[in-house]
Structure formats: C-alpha cells, structure tokens
Write a protein that binds this ligand. Sequence first.
Ligand SMILES: [Mg+2]
Length: 179
Amino acid sequence: MSIKSKPILVLDQDDVIVDTYGKMAQIILRDFDTDFSLEDFYVRAFNDLLTAEHKERIYQELHKPGFFADIPAKEGAVEAVKLLTAKYDVYVATAAMEFPNSFREKYDWLQKNLPFVPYQNLIFCGHKSILRADVIVDDMPRNFAGQESARCLLFNAPHNYAETRYERVNNWFEILEKL
Ligand SMILES: [Mg+2]
C-alpha cells in the first residue's frame, strides 16, 4: 500500500502529457527535404516512413539543448492532471536516461506547467518496471512490463497503432472519463 491512501497514478511525459511526436513531425516537415505531409505521419509513424539518414537526423534533434524545453502540452492534459490529483497520488515518470540533456528541461517544464505535482512525485528513470503503479498511462507498450497488477492505459500514438494488448485512450478527455 501507498503511504498515502490514494491510488498511485503514474503518467508518462513524452507523448502523453506533451506532444513530442508532433514537435518531431514539425521539425521533419520544416527542415528535412521530404514529400511527406503532416497527415502522412498520423497514418503511419514517421519512423516507418523516413530514410535511415533522416531517422538518424531526427534522433540527433532529440539530443540538442532546448528540444525538450518547449514542447506543447497535449490538449486538456494540464487541466486533467490537476483534476486527477484530487483522486490519485499522481507521479510523472519519464524514461529520460537516453537523452541526459533532457533532465533539466523536462524538470523545468513539469515544475512550470504542473506545479500541483510536487517535485517528490517526479521520476526520471530507465526501466519503468521498477515502479509500482495502480494505474499507468504510457504510449510505449514496453513500459508496461512488470505492471501486471496495474491498470495499463495505452495513449494512442502512430508508433503503437498495431498494439492490441492494452486498453487504449485517444486523448485526455477519455482518460478523465475512465479514471
Ligand atoms: Mg512516452
């Protein structure tokens, strides 16, 4: 049991609270020489559509200082997280080890935009299987490993369209309905 009496809700940051995929798509369309449209990237994940060279280039973008500092929140995310703090002990857990430059930027973003989530509830981690959630929301099915006793909500994203094992949510309004 949690020290607090409320159930533990663990939220992912990228592509759950903020629209990281959308920011990457905008950079590709603006800076890369491709014939794709934004719509194409929501039919199939750009990772399946780009050349190896372009994939490497967008991966490099994630390592650039500032990338994670100004990613826009998903529609309704900030308001929904605030509402959910009444019912849940809300944590944000972000698998940030691959992009060490992102720590400070992600932390600052969370402090600024989700001031109602205390810093003690922010987790920068590698494998999320170490966490013990009652409910976990993530866009990456691999982050549900070890969460067999949790309710796992898969946030819809082009890179998880084929996944069928988990309860899917399309947006924050659906999350509020379910939780
Ligand atoms: Mg994510």
